[in-house]
Design a protein around this ligand. Sequence first.
Ligand code: NAP
Length: 274
Amino acid sequence: MATGSLRVNKVVFIGAGNMAEALVKGMVASGVCEADRIFVTDVRPERLAFFEKEFQVKGFANNVVAVMKADVVVLAVKPQLLGDVLEEIKGGVGNSLVISIAAGISTGWIEKGLGEGVRVVRVMPNTPALVRAGAAALCGGRWAKEADLATAETMMAAVGLAVRVPENSMDAVTALSGSGPAYVFHLMEAMIEAARHAGLDEAIARKLIYATVSGSAKLAEATGAEPAELRRRVTSKGGTTAAALEVLEEKAVYHAYLGAIAAAHRRAKELSGG
Ligand SMILES: NC(=O)c1ccc[n+]([C@@H]2O[C@H](COP(=O)([O-])OP(=O)(O)OC[C@H]3O[C@@H](n4cnc5c(N)ncnc54)[C@H](OP(=O)(O)O)[C@@H]3O)[C@@H](O)[C@H]2O)c1
């Protein structure tokens, strides 16, 4: 979680959607940036009203007006709308740092849209950011400076883990932690279904599953032990875990995961034109 103070005066989020909501919430709660220095824009008046009521930040219906008031611009619209937004704001960006969270959009593409010399940082967040337990990777564009990366890192650390990677790792990050929550939810869906088949009370089963998933991650992180070793420690010969793992082995689930993540990586590359 964030500890440092944001090295900017004013931040504007272009697009007041789910990700902007997570970031604004985290930034305000962690003290990284005061609410009166955060602005949001959106085409939906109800989203602006929500942000103003919920977080006491100022909403703008006009992107250009809002951008001119800020020194950090966060691009938080869907990737397919980004081209139009860049065209709209390019005259107003000036010296601002531009942080993009749009999946699959390269810093080069944004630099091309906004013009020579614009400092761009690209971030790949994930949805647990909504509960300040996200995992984000970030990289700088051609003109981004160390201070710009530090600013983006501080903002992302307000909603979870933030790490720096080279831009050519961003598609792999997308496949791993960007899409990753879906793989974990998929496992949780199966566990819920299995609990139902076993006649377990559903509310209790959910509690047990959620605690098991987050507890396992915490155990791996706290001990630093390899997941394979932790798995071996709960698998006694001839026991219940061994019976389950035999089925997973038989069905080649481990290899299915490798294939699934490789497919996500290929798709991320296709979408980002890499
Ligand atoms: N959600 C995720 O898991 C996730 C993970 C990693 C990265 N991201 C990236 O984060 C970005 C935002 O995702 P999100 O899930 O927060 O999207 P979202 O909920 O759709 O939020 C975007 C908001 O921007 C509004 N908008 C559309 N055009 C606009 C414009 N010209 N100016 C200002 N606002 C405009 C949208 O309104 P309308 O709905 O009416 O269009 C919507 O309210 C995307 O680029 C996505 O790739 C998301």
